[in-house]
Design a protein around this ligand. Structure first.
Ligand code: NAP
Length: 248
């Protein structure tokens, strides 16, 4: 069966590497992005050069109406969805709890958590055997921050990833007899532009001596287990977590 996978936040970083790796493995892809159309189009062009169908769809995945429109576009342009990577997330500048306001915390939670609920819901309606679907797989991208807590920096972000861990566990059990596997990858410190958004572009290099393997990770090292969890090689794997954090 042709695999067709939506990668949220597929325009850069881990999402872009995952989209390209999936295309190389034969998936048709929907590359979701929020603001950077040029980069999303570039990923799709590379996928088409590999012979795949690929579409770039703009949608703020924290907004239900935009998520619904995105899935409508997938239905029309790509057809039968078989996979979802809940990857899109944001980080905001480092600060302790006492400096955080409600707007910041709500924005982190809606972008990082509500988005995964909304996208998973639409994917389930298309993939679940209870809805006449043919099954599929969901991979949630959490973070080592859910275990570490990111004190003094971003406990809001860390807590959002704790919610993703719990969503993974609960949804995997809810869907286990509906043909959908739900798993989670938890990266550690990976070289992407996200750290600049969090106020410290050189963060990975500052922290790497505290990582047991003494280095940050690459986006491809995270994309590999995501792609494996989506593949038929992982057909008996659900509700599980793969830490990609150099031993941390
Ligand atoms: P990144 O480079 O900052 O890329 C984030 C992606 O998400 C971009 O494609 C961005 O699209 C998209 N995005 C942001 N807000 C969105 C929204 N509201 N709706 C739709 N798309 C949105 O991030 P990354 O470092 O690759 O991280 C990817 C995932 O890995 C995230 O879940 C992150 O929490 C997790 N993670 C990363 C690290 C790390 O060290 N980098 C560590 C642990 C976990 P536009 O560019 O178009 O706005």
């Amino acid at each position: 069966m042709q695999k067709t996978t939506l990668i949220t936040g597929g325009s850069r970083g881990i999402g872009a590497a995952t989209a390209l790796m999936l295309a190389r493995q034969g998936h048709d892809i929907c590359v979701n992005y929020c603001s950077n159309q040029t980069r999303a189009d570039d990923i799709c062009e590379q996928a088409r050069a590999l012979g795949r169908n690929a579409i770039a769809v703009q949608a703020d995945v924290s907004v239900e109406s935009q998520v619904l429109r995105m899935f409508d576009e997938i239905d029309v342009q790509l057809g039968n969805l078989t996979g979802l990577v809940n990857n899109a997330a944001i980080l905001m500048p480092q600060m302790p709890l006492v400096e955080m306001d409600a707007d910041r915390v709500n924005r982190i939670l809606s972008t990082n958590v509500t988005s995964s609920f909304l996208c998973s819901k639409e994917a389930v309606k298309r993939m679940s055997t209870d809805f006449s679907g043919q099954g599929g797989a969901i991979v949630n991208v959490s973070s080592a921050a859910s275990r570490i807590g990111a004190p003094g920096e971003y406990i809001d972000y860390a807590a959002s990833k704790g919610a993703i861990d719990t969503l993974t566990r609960g949804l995997s059990l809810e869907l286990a007899d509906q043909g959908i596997r739900v798993n989670c990858v938890r990266p550690g410190f990976i070289y992407t532009d996200m750290h600049a958004d969090g106020g410290e572009p050189g963060r990975v290099d500052r922290i790497k001596s505290a990582i047991p393997m003494q280095r940050g990770g690459s986006v491809e090292e995270v994309a590999e287990p995501i792609c494996w969890l989506l593949s038929d090689s992982a057909s008996y794997v659900t509700g599980t977590f793969i830490d990609v954090a150099g031993g941390r």
